[in-house]
Design a protein around this ligand. Structure first.
Ligand SMILES: [Zn+2]
Length: 192
C-alpha cells in the first residue's frame, strides 16, 4: 500500500462547506493538502484570511495550503452587482486533479453541494467525475462528501466536528457581509 493511499487534496474557499469537509478528512485520519483559489472574486482577501484562520483552528499550519492565483487568466463576469463564474468548478477541480496526480494523492475532495448552478448539478458531478477517472487512469477520484446535505445539516456537522462557524466567510459580493446575497441570507437563516 502506498503511504499516500488515504491522503487527499481538499479545495478550500473560507466558507462553512469546505471547512466541514476539511474537518471530516482530518477526523478520518487523512493527511490533507488544502488548495485555495484566487480567481478574481471580490471577496478574495477576506476568504483567504478566513481560510488561514480555519486551517489554524483545525490544527494545521497555514503554510501547508497552496494559494493558487488565476487572476491573470480568468475573470468573473459582473451583472448588476452579482457575479457569474462559468466553468469555475471545472477549472478548480481540473487543477486539483493535476496537483494530486503529480503528488501521487488519490483523492480530490470538495465542499460542493447540489444546487441550481450548472457546475454543481448531478449531471456535472457524474459526467465530470467519470471523465476525471478515465483521464487520470483511476489514479485520482473526485469526491463530494456533503453533496446531498442541506446547509442546516452542514452546520450541525460543523458543530459536531468542532468547526467554529464564525471563522468562516461566504459573502459573494465583497470583503464585508452584504446581508443580501444568497450566501449571506443562508447564513442569516442559520444564525451564523
Ligand atoms: Zn453577501
Amino acid at each position: 500500500m502506498s503511504k499516500k493511499k488515504g491522503d487527499s487534496v481538499v479545495l478550500l474557499s473560507g466558507g462553512l462547506d469546505s471547512a466541514v469537509v476539511l474537518a471530516m478528512e482530518l477526523k478520518a485520519g487523512r493527511k490533507v493538502r488544502p488548495l485555495y483559489f484566487d480567481y478574481g472574486q471580490p471577496q478574495h482577501f477576506t476568504e483567504m484570511a478566513h481560510t488561514r484562520a480555519i486551517l489554524k483552528h483545525l490544527g494545521l499550519h497555514e503554510a501547508i495550503a497552496e494559494y493558487v492565483s488565476l487572476v491573470h487568466y480568468w475573470k468573473p463576469y459582473s451583472h448588476d452587482g452579482n457575479f457569474d463564474y462559468p466553468m469555475r468548478n471545472v477549472i478548480f477541480i481540473s487543477i486539483a486533479v493535476n496537483y494530486a496526480y503529480g503528488l501521487g494523492i488519490p483523492r480530490v475532495v470538495t465542499g460542493i453541494r447540489n444546487s441550481i448552478y450548472a457546475d454543481t448539478t448531478c449531471l456535472f458531478v457524474d459526467v465530470f467525475g467519470g471523465m476525471v477517472s478515465t483521464l487520470a487512469q483511476d489514479k485520482v477520484q473526485v469526491e463530494h462528501p456533503i453533496y446531498w446535505m442541506t446547509k442546516s445539516q452542514v452546520l450541525k456537522k460543523a458543530l459536531k466536528l468542532g468547526v467554529e462557524p464564525s471563522l468562516t466567510y461566504s459573502c459573494i459580493r465583497g470583503d464585508e457581509p452584504c446581508g443580501e446575497c444568497p450566501s449571506c441570507k443562508a447564513r442569516k437563516r442559520l444564525g451564523i
